[in-house]
Ligand binder design. Structure first.
Ligand code: DGY
Length: 322
């Protein structure tokens, strides 16, 4: 019997794919760092049963309309704002994501960004490499303490909770805001539920871990930044769309916030001329939240297990409910 075709939109390690070749004819875009061109994606989708796609691939009406044989799309990410779920449902395509396996790595990165922004790690690294370190002085590159401060976590899902555990280790008070109260999580980690406004007003560190939805679009706007303490550090590891970037720039210039750490942007990759890249108190990363070799491999394996399970008629393991 002819094996179903699985197309992967980026080059990924053969040793991860190899065990699945007995179930699928696997084809993939040959470049690791560049996305598949749209016309090739559409051509490949037209005769594939399964696709493993990246968060940078727009899986929209055109894709689902072209994929007449398509049964499952596995997104190599926990976020799935790149996928039009309504169109997938219309085309009866199962959509999966990668929750769970990336929780701890993403929380590690969130905390690293928080520490780096607060303690001016990147600026200090640039300073020494530019041969500017001529003297030790008491307030040279002095930043903000993290330990013992108040963190405000916006979005108390798996990653939010993992960040809270790290914050606890730093002796921080933990405030959180979420669509609904998470009483179990409160007991586990000793976090306090507060309104969004109260969180902004009280937290020394505000970290965004909310998914990108219509409801969360630009929730970090000028009004939100103005409510934060002027000494506050703002970190975003969710999606760029939750931040109004012009408002953030205005807030940085008006010194409404002290430092910022961003792993995600409204437009990715960010334009090299973007004014956020020129601010010394803004640490920018190229969307690497879950980017450890171990975690990216687990995410890929979960995608492969999902498409295999769907094809064996057992249903998806981590289906995105549409
Ligand atoms: C995700 O999985 O959504 C992350 O943003 C990837 O790093």
């Amino acid at each position: 019997m002819k094996k179903p075709k699985l197309y992967i939109t980026r080059r990924v390690p053969e040793e991860v794919i190899a065990p699945y070749r007995e179930y699928f004819t696997v084809d993939m875009w040959h470049k690791e760092e560049e996305p598949v061109p749209r016309e090739i994606l559409l051509r490949e989708v037209s005769d594939s049963q399964a696709i493993i796609c990246m968060l940078s691939d727009k899986m929209d009406k055109e894709v689902f309309g072209t994929g007449k044989t398509l049964q499952v799309v596995a997104n190599l990410a926990v976020g799935y704002d790149n996928i039009d779920l309504k169109e997938a449902a219309k085309a009866r395509v199962v959509v999966t994501n990668t929750p769970g396996v990336l929780t701890e790595s993403t929380a590690d990165l969130g905390f690293a960004l928080l520490l780096a922004s607060a303690r001016r790690i990147v600026e200090a690294n640039q300073y020494i490499k530019a041969d500017k370190w001529k003297n030790w002085s008491p307030y040279l590159l002095a930043g903000n303490d993290v330990h013992g401060k108040t963190i405000g976590i916006v979005g108390m899902g798996r990653i939010g909770e993992a960040i809270a555990r790290r914050a606890k280790g730093f002796g921080m008070d933990i405030l959180y805001h979420n669509r609904s109260r998470k009483e179990e999580a409160e007991k586990r980690i000793g976090a306090t539920y507060v309104s969004f406004t109260k969180l902004l007003e009280k937290a020394d560190f505000v970290i965004s871990v909310v998914p990108a939805t219509e409801e969360t679009k630009h929730m970090f706007n000028l009004e939100a930044f103005r409510k934060m303490k002027q000494t506050a550090v703002f970190v975003n590891i969710s999606r760029g769309s939750v931040v109004d970037e012009s408002a953030l720039l205005e807030a940085i210039e008006a010194k409404e916030v002290a430092a910022v750490g961003l792993d995600v942007f409204a437009e990715e990759p960010i334009n090299s001329e973007h004014p956020l890249l020129n601010k010394t108190n803004v640490v920018c990363l190229p969307h690497i939240g879950s980017a450890s070799v171990e975690t990216r491999t687990k995410m890929l394996q979960l995608c492969l297990d999902n498409v295999k399970s769907v094809h064996q008629g057992k249903g998806a393991i981590t289906e995105v409910k549409q």
